[in-house]
Design a protein around this ligand. Structure first.
Ligand SMILES: Nc1ncnc2c1ncn2[C@@H]1O[C@H](COP(=O)(O)OP(=O)(O)OP(=O)(O)O)[C@@H](O)[C@H]1O
Ligand SMILES: [Mg+2]
Length: 256
């Protein structure tokens, strides 16, 4: 098989005396959807935050497209194409859709031979409309603040932003949480769309049907450790629950 886009080796992250992530390995290949499953507090969000530059790992290595990386902040990760949609969504609520899509990468226009620079709002609006239309997402108005949109529309904006900026890896932390059923369906469709464009996705979820609907592989964490890493076709709902509660562990030296 080709080389992994993301390769995490023996990653450990501690908060004081608590080991939130404990020696976790994770490889993600092009076009692959990897579900990351685990009970509350299993360490899923902490693991992906160590990948996306929110936290520095205490131990271990992260390689992106074959090269060791050490992102100090999320914008460094975004600069090389690691787009993350956090559980506590990373959109600016008081800004509108184009401002969010271009957040930190605003388009400018200049006057008087470059003496005066202003934001190119027209361009950003047109580009945002085009990006969202490509994804088949309809909005009544793109110029209303994000906080007036539904959860599903916000997810769509975050995904549109990732696609617009050519994400090389998409990380989504519980993207279907708090969404209505049609919106959940839409997010799953967008994940499939990313996959069809060969963009790998790490999908953190509690929702078992989502795993079987979109994932190729499922990684289960329990109390900071990886306890399972299988193709979805090699497991089932019942077995995954056993991994999640710590009754099964494929990597532990002792039973949990
Ligand atoms: N900033 C922090 N400071 C201290 N402890 C933290 C911090 N973030 C997470 N933790 C702890 O680390 C452990 C793992 O948390 P994490 O948020 O990674 O879990 P999770 O698997 O994402 O859970 P959930 O499914 O509830 O989102 C938990 O015990 C949590 O309390
Ligand atoms: Mg979490």
């Amino acid at each position: 098989m080709n080389q992994p886009i993301l390769s995490v080796k023996s990653l450990t992250k501690r908060f004081g005396g608590l080991t939130a992530v404990n020696g976790v390995d994770l490889d993600v290949y092009p076009g692959e959807v990897v579900a990351l499953l685990g009970d509350n507090g299993a360490g899923k969000s902490t693991l992906i935050k160590c990948v996306s530059g929110v936290y520095r790992a205490d131990e271990g290595e992260v390689r992106f497209e074959g090269k060791p990386v050490n992102f100090n902040k999320p914008i460094d990760a975004r600069a090389v194409g690691v787009e993350t949609i956090y559980q506590d969504l990373a959109l600016a609520n008081n800004l509108d859709v184009p401002a969010n899509i271009f957040l930190g990468r605003e388009a400018k226009k200049s006057f008087w031979g470059g003496l005066i620079k202003t934001l190119n709002d027209r361009y950003m609006l047109d580009e945002s409309r085009r990006g969202l239309a490509d994804l088949d997402i309809q909005f009544r108005s793109l110029t209303q603040p994000i906080e007036s949109l539904s959860g599903g529309q916000r997810q769509a904006v975050a995904i549109a932003r990732a696609i617009y900026w050519n994400a090389r890896l998409m990380i989504m932390d519980e993207p279907t949480n708090n969404l209505g059923v049609p919106e959940q369906q839409k997010v799953l469709e967008l994940i499939s769309k990313l996959k069809s464009q060969n963009v790998p996705v790490i999908l953190i979820t509690h929702t078992m049907p989502d795993v079987f609907a979109v994932a190729d592989r499922v990684v289960v964490m329990h109390r900071g450790r990886k306890v399972s890493d299988k193709r979805v076709t090699e497991t089932d709902h019942q077995e995954l629950v056993r991994y999640m509660v710590g009754a099964l562990d494929d990597f532990g030296t002792t039973a949990v």
